[in-house]
Design a protein around this ligand. Structure first.
Ligand code: ATP
Ligand code: MG
Length: 792
């Protein structure tokens, strides 16, 4: 047997107090403390560690309830708490990813050989190259989506405008809007139907923005089919069709998802969809590496969507990532900077901005004059934030209700496509009604759009309502930020805000690929501008009421209220509009007040989506109901274990009979009472299947020992074969498997008396998938997985 079998528990190096002679740790004894102080003055300075662990454990091992450490808002807690009653089959629909690297014998051998042949440096360089590639390719995809959307929308809206101009003239006593309305319906319903059809029938996982899915993936939940090439293709076409179709949504969320797929694809050097292995980047085929790349991809996606490199990195930090270290920040930043640089080059070339100077693009338009503010405006910004929080919370609530209604009453696929088309038709109808009934004519010359529509206005005037509707939502946000004062009537903006608020609320959750960022910003910009106009109406002599400034603050407040992000949103808004750093303060005031107010009522929209889908996301903090409990309360037992040297037949049977993904490896077992054995490692289901498939038995060891490396296991990553693909063992029935080479010999173990918040922190910080609970003799007592922290 292997040397591990006689090993004592890993805690053996801990010595009882009093035996070490180290008195520094006996806290709470005054005489010793004073002695410490004296010693300090004489001894040379040394560095000690500062504890980061907040929990205090009393003598019997039960955590003291520390009321002060409770978060003020149980935001995420509330999310996960409601998962407690989730039915069993839904609990097991998602599997987990491993962030913890399995450092088995094969892995260590590889590490040693790398050290010898300087392979390690090469791996580092390749990793950097991959991050750069992720940035470039994500940006190219984003540009393509961008350009196609822009071209098609231009065609569509120009056609509609000319149709309006042909059919409606003032001189002919009004004319009628019927024909343009029908055209508009057709040009909206057809693309939306195509997009919704693709999403529904080809790849349903592409519905929605994609950010909640990427977020769950980075938290460690394996969302099926989330990072496949097919998903990317459907998502890209889906987002183009729905934006061109005029749905109230934006392309940003899908672009972030696209970045994640690109990252997952490139970094693996193979495509399972096309059954093609390029035999490159083989060292990165595991969950840990892949998750890091996906994080870079998400950042590159944000950065390409907005042209905001720092915003992209901060977005991944704030919203997506569950694990961070300095290297990762660096690589993510590089991916996102490269991405926005590539985007700028391609789009500048496309827009014909040539020359040797590089100016960059401001996706939401650059403010010509520096935005200034007076001190007395700060409370006003805060009020706008509060309003944004209220409106955002209401939006989230309404949207969730609509989606619950949807999933109950529209379960059929054809119904989902029809529903998307209906919402598109509703949007067009409301827009048409607005254009028809609201008479908002503005003198030409003031006009921000290239092709103004005259409609029922006089000859030298254009229709301001039509100007709002006859363009993509992104262009409308730009217009609301930058249109000169007096471009709209108060009534126009008020009705527009209400209509768009309700439209975007009913759009998010349809079976189409669309994000919420732009519609949310649009609603915010509209009511922000409206507030400025109302104030100006009441106090006409004031100077500070720049409508663009208030539109920006309104957008920030509304975004904060719906998405509940603060840092990244403010940086993204700054980077896309080019406002100065001094304006950071008002933005942050609006965002934070919106977030706090919103958090009081419910979760951000992404967390809500995650909750509605019952995804087992690990929150940042342990759930309140677990505080004060010990491991005993949540562990599962009896545990299905495997002996260090076990019969092939037993393993085969276990894999067939139970669907767990990890099995503790034990030795010192009496007979077949494995669940009382001493823990010496953990082995994953996927590894066991590879062992059986490749017949890695003790009896035929001399045939495979040479060529079996960690690569043997990586080659089948990420789609491991199922146990059904293993042929019945027949004559190998009595063969033996020795797991000492394959198992992870250092699984994380905790004691039955450890407190749940403490083990939660260990579990989350290390990104574990299985945590073994042992007693003082290192015998297995139970097992804890992600599910046990959420559903029990
Ligand atoms: P995952 O699905 O997260 O990839 P898994 O399939 O191994 O990992 P879960 O699906 O989370 O584990 O397990 C469901 C329940 O089964 C949990 O309550 C867990 O504690 C328990 N469980 C997991 N592994 C074992 C095991 N080897 N023996 C007994 N119970 C287990
Ligand atoms: Mg499972």
């Amino acid at each position: 047997t292997s040397p591990e079998s006689t090993e004592e528990p890993s805690t053996s190096h801990c010595q009882p107090i009093g035996e070490t002679g180290n008195s520094q740790h006996k806290e709470g004894v005054p005489s010793l403390l004073t002695m410490d102080a004296e010693l300090e003055s004489e001894a040379p300075p040394t560095y000690e560690s500062i504890g980061y662990d907040a929990g205090t454990i009393s003598a019997n091992g039960i955590a003291n309830r520390n009321e002060n450490s409770e978060p003020i808002f149980h935001v995420r807690s509330r999310t996960a708490a409601s998962l407690a009653g989730v039915p069993q089959q839904e609990q097991t629909q998602y599997e987990s990813l491993d962030y913890d690297v399995c450092e088995n014998k094969l892995f260590q051998d590889e590490q040693l050989s790398r050290l010898r042949d300087r392979f390690s440096l090469r791996t580092h360089i390749i990793r950097w190259i991959i991050f750069i590639l992720i940035g470039i390719i994500t940006a190219v995809i984003a540009c393509t989506i961008d350009i196609v959307i822009e071209e098609l929308s231009e065609l569509k809206y120009n056609f509609l405008k000319s149709s309006v101009d042909d059919n409606v003239t003032v001189n002919e006593s009004g004319g009628d809007l019927a024909l343009p309305y029908l055209w508009w319906l057709l040009l909206s319903a057809v693309p939306v139907a195509i997009g919704a059809g693709m999403v529904t029938y080809i790849e349903p996982i592409t519905a929605g923005s994609g950010i909640p899915q990427v977020k769950s993936y980075l938290n460690g939940v394996k969302i099926p089919r989330i990072v496949r090439v097919k998903t990317l293709a459907v998502k890209s076409i889906g987002v183009i069709t729905s934006v061109v179709g005029g749905l109230a949504g934006g392309k940003e969320g899908p672009m972030i998802h696209a970045g994640a797929v690109v990252a997952a694809g490139i970094s693996q050097g193979k495509s399972t969809t096309f059954v093609k292995d390029f035999h490159v980047f083989k060292a990165f085929r595991d969950d840990h590496e892949k998750r890091d790349f996906v994080l870079g991809g998400a950042a590159a996606g944000v950065s390409a969507a907005f042209g905001a490199p720092i915003g992209g990195m901060l977005f991944s930090l704030e919203e997506a990532a569950s694990f961070w270290n300095q290297n990762l920040i660096w690589r993510t930043l590089i991916a996102s900077i490269i991405s926005s640089f590539t985007l700028n080059i391609v789009l500048s070339a496309y827009h014909g901005v040539s020359g040797l100077t590089f100016t960059g693009l401001f996706n939401l338009g650059k403010f010509d004059h520096p935005l200034t503010f007076e001190y007395f405006e700060l409370p006003l910004f805060m009020l706008l934030g509060v309003m944004g929080g209220l409106m955002g919370a209401a939006w989230n609530f309404l949207n969730t209700q609509i989606n619950k209604f949807r999933s109950r009453f529209v379960p059929w696929r054809a119904g989902k496509v029809c529903e998307a088309v209906l919402v598109a038709i509703l949007g067009v109808t409301l827009a048409c009604a607005m254009i028809y009934y609201i008479n908002d004519c503005r003198p030409l010359g003031n006009d921000p759009t290239i092709h103004p529509v005259q409609l029922f206005c006089e000859d030298n005037e254009y229709n301001a309502v039509a100007a709002l509707w006859f363009q993509t939502p992104e262009a409308t946000v730009r217009a609301l930020f930058h249109d000169p004062p007096g471009s709209h009537k108060i009534l126009t903006l008020a009705v527009f805000t209400i209509v768009y608020y309700l439209l975007s609320c009913s759009t998010f959750g349809l079976n189409v690929s669309l994000g919420v960022f732009i519609p949310t910003a649009l609603v915010g910009a509209a009511w922000g501008r409206l507030v400025a106009m109302l104030l100006f109406y009441m106090f006409p002599e004031t100077q500070f009421l720049h409508p663009g400034k208030y539109a920006l603050i309104g957008a920030a407040a509304n975004l904060g209220g719906v998405l509940r992000m603060t840092i990244s949103l403010s940086v993204i808004l700054m980077e896309t509009t080019g406002v100065e750093t001094s304006f950071f303060f008002p933005l942050i005031i609006a965002l934070i007040s919106a977030k706090w107010v919103g958090d009081y009522f419910n979760d951000g929209i992404y967390d809500t989506v995650i909750e509605v889908n019952h995804v087992p996301m690990l929150p940042w903090e342990p759930l309140p109901q677990y505080k004060g409990l010990t491991a005993q309360a949540i562990l599962s037992k009896p545990v299905v274990c495997i002996k260090l040297r076990d019969r092939a037949h037993y393993i085969y049977e276990v894999l067939h009979k139970c669907n767990h993904n990890g099995f503790p490896v034990v030795d010192d077992v009496e007979g077949d009472r494995r669940s009382e054995g001493r823990v010496c490692g953990i082995i994953l289901r996927s590894q066991l299947i590879v062992i059986l498939l490749r017949s890695l038995y003790v009896e035929n060891q001399r045939f495979w020992q040479q060529e079996t490396t960690i690569q043997t296991f990586r080659d089948v990553y990420p789609r491991y074969p199922s146990i059904q693909s293993v042929k019945p063992l027949d004559r190998k029935f009595n063969y033996t498997v020795d797991l000492s080479m394959f198992m992870n010999p250092s699984p994380v173990r905790v004691n039955t008396y450890d407190s749940v918040p403490r083990i939660f922190n260990i579990f989350r910080a290390l990104g574990l998938r299985h945590l073994l609970v042992i007693n003082n003799e290192n015998r297995i007592e139970g097992i804890i997985t992600r599910r046990d922290f959420i559903y029990k």
